[in-house]
Each structure stands twice: as C-alpha cells, then as structure tokens.
Design a protein around this ligand. Sequence first.
Ligand code: CTP
Ligand code: MG
Length: 167
Amino acid sequence: MTIIYVFPAYVANAAPVVASRLIGRTHPIDRRSIFIDGRRLLGDGKTYEGLFSGVICGLFMGFILNFLLPPLFRGIIEILALVIGAVLGDIGGAFLKRRMGIPRGRAAPLLDQLGFLAGSLMLVAIAVGLPAWLDASLLLYIAVITLLLHVGTNAAAYFLGLKDRWY
Ligand code: CTP
Ligand code: MG
C-alpha cells in the first residue's frame, strides 16, 4: 500500500483540527502580524497548538509504522522530513492563500488538499531523496487518493462538528 508511506503526513495534517478544538485557546503562528499587502501573514487557522500537535502526532504515527513495517522508511530523517514537510506545506499554503486574498477557512481547491502533500514530498526529496519505487504514476495515484480522502475526511469532520465548513 503506497498510501501508507504518506500516512504520517496525513496525521500531521489532520491532528491540528482535533487539537485546536480540544485546546480551545490557540495562538496564531503569525502573532496576528500583517504582511506588506495589508493582509494577515498566515491567519488564525495556523496556530502553534496545531503546529506542535501535527508534528508530534505525525512523528508518532511514523514511528509506529516504522516499527510495524520496517523497510517502509529509510530512517528517522525520512519520517521527520515527511512530517515537518507536511506542516510547512500547510503553512505555505495558508501564506499563498492570504497573498491571493482568500480569507482564512475559505476554499482554495487543490492547494487546500494537496499543499501539505507537496510540502511533505518536497522535503523528503531534499532531505533523503524520494524513494526509488515512487515513480510518476504512483505520485499521481497518491495525489488523487489524497484529494479524495481529504474531501471525505473534511466532510466527516464537518458532520462531527469539528469543522465549520464541509471543505
Ligand atoms: N490548525 C491549526 N494550526 C495549524 C493547522 C491547522 O490550529 N498549523 C487548525 C485550525 O483550527 C484550522 C483547522 O486546523 O482552522 C483546519 O486547518 P486548515 O483547513 O488547514 O485551515 P483553515 O482554517 O482552512 O485556514 P487556511 O485558509 O489558512 O488554510
Ligand atoms: Mg481549510
């Protein structure tokens, strides 16, 4: 299962939604600062609580998978890159959305669903190189499955009352 490889990134992307709800009082990473374009640097949707919960839960998932399915990752650096790349990709996506004038929480199709995945795989590529088995068609497969899963899990989170919007 190819998708198992990016599962730590999924967890890193999903944990903040739950964590921010559980914690309640959250602190925006941009400290409410305004960028030169007059808009928020990142917005209230990217918080320290989300960042830390994403990294911790993503790493935890990575270590569990690494233990259960040994040759899956080539080492701790690869897991770290998958997880930190996912979190950075998500934050980078918010930065781009704000620069495009899209308010926090409003939809940016594809960027919302795939930004974290792009960040994750890019940091893996930089840190240890993409795995040899991950060819172009598998990348496309991962992107399509991620898109569908993201839409599905977000809709589920909406119905569970974890999110205010279905997308
Ligand atoms: N979240 C967080 N910290 C992060 C990432 C996410 O607290 N670093 C929480 C926020 O409560 C956020 C929710 O997870 O609202 C869903 O994440 P996401 O959809 O990425 O954020 P949006 O609210 O849609 O904001 P943006 O438009 O900036 O993407
Ligand atoms: Mg969103």
